[in-house]
Design a protein around this ligand. Structure first.
Ligand SMILES: Cc1ncc(COP(=O)(O)O)c(C=O)c1O
Length: 410
């Protein structure tokens, strides 16, 4: 069983401050192992990759490639070549939408997004639709059910559907969507399934083969890794067929320029480098590798179990506030990941978050980059969100609930 108290020992920020950090869906804290791995890289191996034939560069290259392998194993990818390092989930989804718009999406085609999507997975598809002449259709969920599965898509997919995309876990509702059943419906019409894994990969065991997804995006900083490193995973056969959208060093095998005709001939590099133009975030990749090793050591089933238990406890304790609290999403903790969005009646979410901040409790308030979802739910001020990770404890949940009770004058 995961021991949160022991885990906390690895996190300098948690030792150096007395913050109750419940904003993990935004970004997580970093263990000393990740901080040290980055420090070690800069102090012992810093050099550019794939360029030098000297030892330092070879070592940097080895570590950076190893990071791709570690991430590939973590999500059970068929090959490390399917793992492209980018800056974050947003960049992964933007790159994907752009490359698909050059090969797969054209005028009259349909792209299916959902009302539950984060802006990072809404805007790129709407923008791509705008200039390709494709149409975006938005799937809704029934407020009685809260989550999404294949049957919710059945009235939306048509022969024209090229892309189906949705979050694996909603960053607002915390619900875990049934990706496998969505994959079945999408693939029946030969559409590609793009999964936003920003809130699932850090919290649940995610196996891309089992999910039957075609693409998956996630961020390193939400899973103990540094900022500035994220992952775009895609099926190798698809990635091989898609064009890069960023050009520069390392993404080509050869370039020849005919000076007479000004004609340029490019032979692209192999995967994943074809999609990683320029000097990448080498230290970030190495940091992410260490974060993945840290999570693997705990075991993602344990991570999930810990969050489930904490969420169950939180829902129970919040219920003490009776009708003064309204919780977004299902009350069945087994259907959701470790976060809870809520409102206190009569209080602006920002007022609640700033009250909690005065008690040294960090939560997030507002629309959580999902404004269309809040509009759909009829919540014009958004909500408060408390989100957990491996180092959070029941006593921190107690502090949250006690602070809310004090605000309510109970
Ligand atoms: C579901 C979801 N998708 C995408 C993102 C964007 O992640 P990033 O800011 O790391 O690009 C987030 C961030 O909160 C998220 O929760």
């Amino acid at each position: 069983m995961l021991n949160a108290e022991k885990i906390r020992e690895d996190f300098p920020l948690l030792k150096n401050t007395n913050i109750i950090y419940l904003d993990n869906a935004a970004t997580t804290q970093k263990p000393i192992q990740v901080i040290e791995a980055i420090k070690e890289f800069y102090s012992k191996y810093n050099a550019n990759i794939h360029r030098g034939i000297y030892e330092l560069s070879e070592k940097a290259t080895e570590l950076y490639e190893e990071a791709h392998e570690e991430v590939a194993k973590f999500i059970n990818a068929r090959s490390w070549e399917e793992v492209i390092f980018v800056r974050n989930t947003s960049e992964a989804l933007n790159i994907l939408a752009l490359t698909l718009s050059k090969k797969v999406i054209s005028r009259g085609d349909e792209i299916i997004v959902t009302i539950m999507d984060h802006h990072s997975n809404l805007l790129p598809w709407f923008k791509v639709a705008e200039y390709t002449g494709a149409k975006v259709r938005v799937v809704k969920f029934s407020p009685a059910k809260w989550s999404l599965s294949g049957e919710d898509l059945e009235n939306y997919v048509t022969e024209k559907t090229r892309i189906v995309t949705l979050p694996h876990v909603s960053n607002v509702l915390g619900v875990i969507n049934d990706i496998k059943s969505v994959a079945k419906v999408a693939h029946e019409v030969d559409a590609l399934l793009v999964v936003d894994g920003a809130q699932s990969v850090p919290h649940l065991p995610v196996d891309v083969r089992e999910l039957e997804a075609d693409f998956l995006a996630f961020s390193g900083h939400k899973m103990l890794g540094p900022t500035g490193i994220g992952v775009l995973w895609g099926r190798k056969d698809l990635l091989e067929d898609l064009p890069p959208i960023l050009y520069g060093g390392d993404m080509i095998k050869s370039v020849s320029l005919d000076l007479f005709t000004s004609r340029l001939n490019i032979v692209y590099n192999d995967l994943p480098w074809k999609f990683e133009a320029g000097t990448p975030n080498i230290a970030g990749g190495i940091g992410l590798c260490e974060a993945v090793r840290y999570l693997k050591k705990i075991g993602m089933n344990e991570v999930r179990r810990h969050e489930e238990k904490l969420l169950q406890y939180t829902l129970k304790r919040l219920s003490e506030l009776e009708d003064k609290v309204s919780i977004l999403g299902p009350l069945d903790f087994s259907k959701r990941s470790g976060l809870v969005s809520f409102n206190l009646s009569g209080y602006d979410p920002f007022a609640v978050a700033s009250w909690l901040a005065s008690d040294n409790i960090a939560v997030r308030a507002g629309f959580h980059c999902a404004q269309p979802l809040y509009k759909y739910l009829g919540l014009d001020k958004g909500s408060v969100r408390a989100s957990f990770y491996i180092y959070n404890t029941e006593s921190e949940v107690d502090a949250l609930v006690e602070s809310l009770k004090n605000l309510l004058g109970e």
